[in-house]
Design a protein around this ligand. Structure first.
Ligand SMILES: Cc1cc2nc3c(=O)[nH]c(=O)nc-3n(C[C@H](O)[C@H](O)[C@H](O)COP(=O)(O)OP(=O)(O)OC[C@H]3O[C@@H](n4cnc5c(N)ncnc54)[C@H](O)[C@@H]3O)c2cc1C
Length: 486
């Protein structure tokens, strides 16, 4: 996709030393972009001026953990916020924290855990930043109960395209509050975020595995665990299982213990040993995994995982919270196991009434295309109050596919087929994981009214469309009449 110059200026040269190639986390999308790494809100503001003077657009970037191109801005400017990572204020009595946007989920929980607090909602990896999680409105394994990351936000400072800084709360500006959270960095740059964390009695969760022999059972077990009010729930599906076993999988349920155990609030209790089985350096595991990331070994691995846990995994155990929440971090850099082609994740959200039909059809489509997903994750959600929401009262299923040269085109066809299935079944797609939706399907996913409302807010706050990304140029192109070409 060719970037469009945006401001009413000539497209001017920028220092080549600023140019870098950045990728989405999944390594499938990348872009050459000019990178600034500010250390303060004033420096972010200066970068906006540089962008305006050179006729470029700007996008904020956190850790680059979005799978696709939300934080890519080819030939334009990227504001990498990871140097703005300070804790600004912490109140251990109330659990309210004000934090810079480039601080990570890791920085957050390491700071709050010793006082008995934990982020209310976290994604499945701890490197994403607070700004990145707010801008995509990330969900966790308890989103069915606690909502999304945005629900725990009390306020944020938003640097607007005109250089003004606005402190936004639910009460002060409900429209902007609900549009900028989940707004994909397209309304401004968050320069600080104030969050409500949640009290926890201990540094571990009581976890238990259940297994399901097919998709019907998987839904049944989930519904039972929801009725039992298990706070955290996540399902894993064996993407290779077919026929009567289609959708077989495991469910992990977790709850905070009732009794306090302050000795386990020490962050060190959360750390994994640097070696697996005392021998293999964890940091090097992806090298061992890389040659195994093909269909036959992955079929065996999925089968072994299901069989082992179904047989021996049903006992309740104490699991350190970080190890439960961030299982993707067990193997540092595990995405490199998918090198050189990278991976593409397709995460579909469906209302409860159509989820089973949709997920069955989607899993069957992967079998028919002979492109098995190597990792499939299943979660429960509730409708959130944000403008560009992607969650409804229902379920999500994410499918991770390996990209290879011979699979590239068939995989694209499969993803397009899945996209149609999701939209026909009233489902939604999540922009943090997307890399190929177009404007029409984005509108269908989020709803035409909501997309138009977001555009209207953007036109008001950012009339020259200073904030853009490769993703926005796909799903929400700037109205043609307003583009002034250099
Ligand atoms: C292994 C793995 C597991 C994951 N698990 C989950 C999960 O369970 N649930 C879930 O919801 N997501 C999950 N994600 C996705 C991840 O949480 C989101 O993509 C998140 O946005 C990443 O944060 P980041 O700091 O890397 O943001 P980036 O990817 O760098 O940016 C994401 C978006 O945020 C915007 N942005 C960043 N900082 C700011 C700012 N200060 N102001 C305004 N806009 C900003 C960017 O412009 C971009 O649009 C996972 C990702 C990975 C790689």
């Amino acid at each position: 996709m060719n970037p469009e110059p945006t401001a009413q200026k000539q497209f001017e040269a920028l220092p080549i030393s600023r140019m870098a190639k950045l990728s989405g986390w999944a390594m499938y999308r990348s872009a050459e972009t000019y990178v600034w790494r500010p250390q303060s809100a004033d420096e972010v503001r200066e970068t906006l001026e540089i962008a305006k003077d050179s006729g470029r657009s700007v996008i904020a970037r956190g850790s680059g953990y979005s799978y696709g191109d939300t934080a890519l801005n080819g030939e334009n400017i990227t504001v990498d916020l990871t140097r703005m990572n300070k804790i600004l204020q912490w109140d251990p009595q109330t659990g309210v924290i004000q934090i810079e946007p480039g601080a990570t989920i890791y920085n957050l929980w390491r700071h709050t855990l010793p006082d008995g607090w934990w982020p209310t909602v976290v994604p499945g990896a701890m490197s994403p930043t607070i700004g990145g999680c707010a801008a995509v409105n990330a969900h966790g394994k308890n989103s069915w109960l606690k909502g999304t990351f945005g629900d725990a936000i009390l306020s944020f400072d938003l640097l607007l395209a005109n250089g003004d800084m606005q402190t936004v709360t639910r009460e002060s500006d409900p429209e902007l509050f609900h549009a900028a959270i989940g707004g994909l960095g397209l309304l401004g740059v968050m320069t600080s975020v104030t969050l409500q964390t949640r009290k926890v009695p201990a540094g571990y969760l009581l976890t238990r595995h259940y297994h399901a022999q097919n998709l019907d059972e998987l839904f049944d077990v989930f519904e039972q665990r929801l009725a039992a009010q298990d706070e955290y729930l996540v399902g894993w599906i064996d993407g290779f299982a077919a026929g009567a076993s289609l959708g077989r999988g495991l469910i992990e349920a977790a709850n905070h213990p009732e009794m306090e155990d302050v000795s386990t609030l020490n962050p060190a209790t959360q750390d994994l040993s640097p070696n697996i089985a005392g021998v293999f350096p964890r940091s090097q595991m992806w090298r061992i995994m890389n040659p195994l990331f093909h269909d036959a070994p992955m079929r065996l691995a999925n089968n072994a995982q299901y069989t082992m846990v179904a047989k021996y995994g049903a006992k309740m155990k104490k699991t350190p919270m970080a190890q439960f929440h961030f299982f993707h971090d067990y193997i540092p850099n595990w995405k490199k196991a998918f090198a050189p082609g990278g991976l593409r994740q397709f995460q579909m959200f469906a209302p409860a009434e159509s989820a089973k039909i949709l997920f069955r059809a989607a899993l069957q489509a992967t079998h028919d295309a002979h492109i098995p997903p190597y990792l499939c994750v299943f979660k429960r959600h509730k409708t959130d109050p944000f403008l560009l929401r992607y969650q409804s009262d229902g379920y999500s299923l994410s499918l991770d596919f390996r990209v290879t040269r011979s699979r590239d085109i068939p995989l694209q066809k499969l993803l397009e087929q899945l996209r149609v299935l999701v939209l026909e079944n009233g489902g939604n797609l999540y922009m943090a994981k997307d890399d190929f939706l177009d404007a029409a399907s984005f509108e269908q996913s989020v709803g035409a009214d909501r997309a138009a409302e977001f555009r209207a807010i953007k036109d008001k706050l950012d009339p020259a469309w200073l904030f853009q990304s490769n993703l926005s140029r796909r799903i929400m192109p700037q109205p043609l009449g307003e583009v002034i070409l250099a």
